[in-house]
Write a protein that binds this ligand. Structure first.
Ligand code: C2E
Ligand code: MG
Ligand code: MG
Length: 554
C-alpha cells in the first residue's frame, strides 16, 4: 500500500487518531511532537495542528489524564495503555488508548464513550433511587447513614432518624387497589420531599416506610418539631402517618439499632392511636426484648404443660343463679413466672402460635363443659374467647368441629367470645365465619363492648346472642355525673330489646351491682362474685362446696 493510500484510509477512519513522536534531550524523552492528526480528531475533539508540541497543547487535551506518561510507558514497555477521561468542556467521555509503533512513534486513539458512561451512571442512580417516588431508596440510605454516623462521631454532633409509616395503607391497597396505594405513596413522597433541605434528608425505606434524617440538631426535641411539622403537612392532605424517633448518640451509636429503635417507637405511635410521632425510650426496647423472649419460649413451655385454663363464674342476678363460666387462659412459665394474657396473647397472635393455643383452649373448655354436665348435673354455658387471628384462620371451622367431635359437647352450651377487632381487616369474611359458627348451634358474644369503636353497626351485622359491657364502663357506673350509668342503661335496654343477653364485666363492688340491678342487667361477671379459678376449684364448687369460690369480700 502506498503511503498516500494509507493516509487516505487513516483520514477516512471515524475514530479520532493522533500520532506523536518523542522529543529527546539528554537521551531522555522530554516532550512529544504531533506528527499526524486525522480529520476526525480535529473535527470531534480539539483544534490541534501537526508540528505542535505536547507541552504546548497539554492544557488543552489532558485535564484528567497524563498523555505524556502514557506515551513514555508505551514506548518503554511496548504495551498498550488505556484511560478514560472527561473532555475539558465536560461534555464528552473518552477512552484513550496509547500504543507505540515499531519505529518508535506513539499512536493515540480516542473513543467517545459518553453514551455508555451516561447509561452506567443512570443505572447506578436507578439502584439508589426509588422508581415510584424518585426519592433516594434504602441502598442510598445505608450509604449515607454510614457517612453521617462517621461525621457526627468526629464532630461530636447529634442527629436523629424519624421512621415514618403511612397508616392503613395495607387496607387501602386491599380495598381500593394497588394503584390507589401508589398514588398515596407518591403524594406522601412529595410532602416528605418538601422537608428535604440543608440538614434534613428523606428516603423511601421500603413499602410504606420513609426515613427522615435530621443532622446537626442542638437538642433531641428539635426532632419532635420536625416530626410534628410533617404530621401537620400530612394532615392538610388527609393522609395519616405515624413516626418514631431515635437519636444519635443519645439512644445508640449503632446504625442498625438507630433504625430498629425508631421503628419500635413508630410502632408504639401506631399503638397509641396512630397519626403521631413518638420518641424511642429504653422501656420500648425492654418491652420488645420481652416479647421476643415470650415468643421464643411459648412453644416449649406449652409442650411442658405451663399453660392452664381458668374459669370465671357468671351469675344471673335476677334469679341469683349461676349462668356459666368464661374460660381464661393462664401461663405460668418456669423461670419467668405468671405472665398475664394481656401480655402474651398479642405476642401469640403476632407469631401465629395463638392457633395452637386456641385449639387447645377449645378442646379443654369443651371437655370440661361436657364432664361437668355429666358429673355434676350442671347446665350452664361455657364462654370461650377466640382471637381474631384464630377466627380468620382458614382451619378455624375444622378445628372447632374437631373439638366438638373430640369432647362431644353440645354447641348450644358454648358461647364463642369475639371482639370487634375481628372486623378490622375483612368484615365480610369475619361475618361469614361467624354465621357458620352460629349455624352449628354455638352462641356468639361480643366482648369488651364500650372500648374501641363500639359501633352500633356491629350489633347489626354480627350474628350475636350476647353482649358483654366492658369493665371500664362498669367501673365508672357509680360516678356522680351519671354518664356511664346513662350509657350502660341505654345499651342494656337496646340490647335487651334486640333479644340479646347482656353481661356486665368487671363488677367489683356491691354498689356497682346495685346500679346494674336497677338497670335490669341480667348477668354479671367480676371479682365481687367470683375470680377466675382453677378447674379443681370449680369442680369443688360444682360438687356442692359453696366456699370453694374465690371472690372479693366487701
Ligand atoms: P376478657 O375476655 O375481657 O376477659 C375478662 C378479663 O377481665 C379477664 O382477664 C378477667 O380476669 C378480668 N376480670 C374479670 N373480673 C374482673 C374484675 O372484677 N375486675 C378486673 N379488674 N378484672 C376482671 P384476664 O384473664 O387477664 O384476660 C385478659 C384478656 O385476655 C381477656 O379479656 C381476653 O381478651 C384475653 N384472653 C384470656 N384468655 C384467652 C383465651 O383463651 N383466648 C384468647 N384469644 N384470649 C384470651
Ligand atoms: Mg372474654
Ligand atoms: Mg372482656
Amino acid at each position: 500500500m502506498t503511503e498516500i493510500i494509507f493516509k487516505n484510509v487513516i483520514d477516512a477512519i471515524k475514530i479520532p487518531l493522533i500520532v506523536f513522536s518523542p522529543v529527546y534531550s539528554d537521551e531522555e524523552i522530554s516532550d512529544f511532537e504531533i506528527n499526524y492528526i486525522n480529520p476526525e480528531f480535529i473535527r470531534s475533539v480539539f483544534n490541534l495542528q501537526a508540528g505542535q508540541k505536547y507541552s504546548d497543547i497539554k492544557a488543552k487535551i489532558s485535564k484528567n489524564v497524563d498523555w505524556f506518561d502514557m506515551g513514555v510507558e508505551a514506548l518503554n514497555t511496548g504495551k498498550m495503555f488505556a484511560e478514560t477521561f472527561l473532555s475539558s468542556n465536560g461534555e464528552t467521555w473518552f477512552s484513550l488508548e496509547v500504543k507505540a509503533t515499531e519505529d518508535k512513534h506513539v499512536v493515540a486513539t480516542l473513543t467517545d464513550i459518553t453514551a455508555k458512561v451516561r447509561y452506567t451512571e443512570s443505572l447506578k442512580l436507578s439502584l439508589v433511587t426509588d422508581a415510584l417516588t424518585a426519592l433516594p431508596n434504602r441502598v442510598q440510605f445505608y450509604k449515607d447513614i454510614n457517612k453521617i454516623i462517621q461525621y457526627a462521631a468526629e464532630k461530636k454532633e447529634k442527629f436523629g432518624l424519624i421512621f415514618f409509616d403511612v397508616d392503613n395503607l395495607k387496607s387501602l391497597n386491599d380495598s381500593k387497589g394497588q394503584q390507589a396505594g401508589d398514588l398515596i405513596l407518591i403524594k406522601a413522597a412529595r410532602i416528605f420531599k418538601s422537608f428535604d433541605h440543608n440538614n434534613v434528608s428523606v428516603y423511601r425505606f421500603g413499602g410504606d416506610e420513609f426515613i427522615v434524617v435530621a443532622r446537626d440538631i442542638a437538642h433531641a426535641d428539635s426532632l419532635y418539631t420536625i416530626g410534628d411539622a410533617i404530621i401537620e403537612a400530612f394532615n392538610a392532605e388527609n393522609i395519616d402517618v405515624s413516626g418514631g424517633i431515635s437519636v444519635y448518640p443519645d439512644n445508640t451509636t449503632e446504625r442498625e439499632d438507630l433504625i430498629k429503635f425508631s421503628d419500635l417507637a413508630m410502632h408504639e405511635a401506631k399503638k397509641a392511636g396512630k397519626h403521631r410521632v413518638m420518641m424511642f425510650t429504653p422501656e420500648m426496647q425492654k418491652n420488645f426484648l420481652r416479647k421476643v423472649m415470650y415468643k421464643n419460649k411459648m412453644p416449649t413451655s406449652f409442650e411442658n404443660g405451663d399453660f392452664a385454663l381458668f374459669f370465671q363464674p357468671q351469675f344471673d342476678i335476677s334469679k341469683n343463679t349461676l349462668r356459666g363460666f368464661e374460660a381464661l387462659l393462664r401461663w405460668d412459665e418456669k423461670e419467668l413466672g405468671k405472665i398475664p394474657p394481656e401480655e402474651f396473647i398479642p405476642v401469640a397472635e403476632e407469631s401465629g402460635f395463638i392457633n395452637t393455643l386456641g385449639e387447645w383452649v377449645l378442646r379443654k373448655a369443651f371437655t370440661c363443659q361436657r364432664e361437668w354436665e355429666e358429673k355434676f348435673d350442671y347446665d350452664g354455658v361455657m364462654s370461650v374467647n377466640a382471637s381474631p387471628v384464630q377466627l380468620m384462620d382458614e382451619n378455624f371451622l375444622d378445628v372447632l368441629d374437631a373439638a366438638v367431635a373430640f369432647s362431644k359437647v353440645d354447641p348450644s352450651h358454648v358461647e364463642i367470645e369475639v371482639t370487634e377487632g375481628v372486623l378490622i381487616n375483612d368484615t365480610e369474611k369475619a361475618v361469614a365465619v361467624l354465621e357458620k359458627v352460629k349455624e352449628r348451634g354455638f352462641r356468639i358474644s361480643l366482648d369488651d363492648f364500650g372500648t374501641g369503636y363500639s359501633s352500633l353497626r356491629y350489633l347489626q351485622i354480627l350474628p350475636l346472642t350476647t353482649l358483654k359491657i366492658d369493665k371500664s364502663f362498669i367501673q365508672s357506673i357509680t360516678e356522680k355525673n351519671g354518664v356511664s350509668e346513662n350509657i350502660t342503661n341505654a345499651i342494656i335496654s337496646m340490647v335487651t330489646k334486640m333479644g340479646l343477653d347482656t353481661i356486665a364485666e368487671g363488677v367489683e363492688k356491691t354498689d356497682q351491682l346495685l346500679v346494674l340491678q336497677e338497670l335490669n342487667c341480667k348477668t354479671v361477671q367480676g371479682f365481687l362474685r367470683g375470680k377466675p379459678m382453677s378447674q379443681e376449684q370449680i369442680e369443688r364448687y360444682l360438687s356442692g362446696d359453696k366456699t370453694a369460690l374465690d371472690h372479693l369480700e366487701e
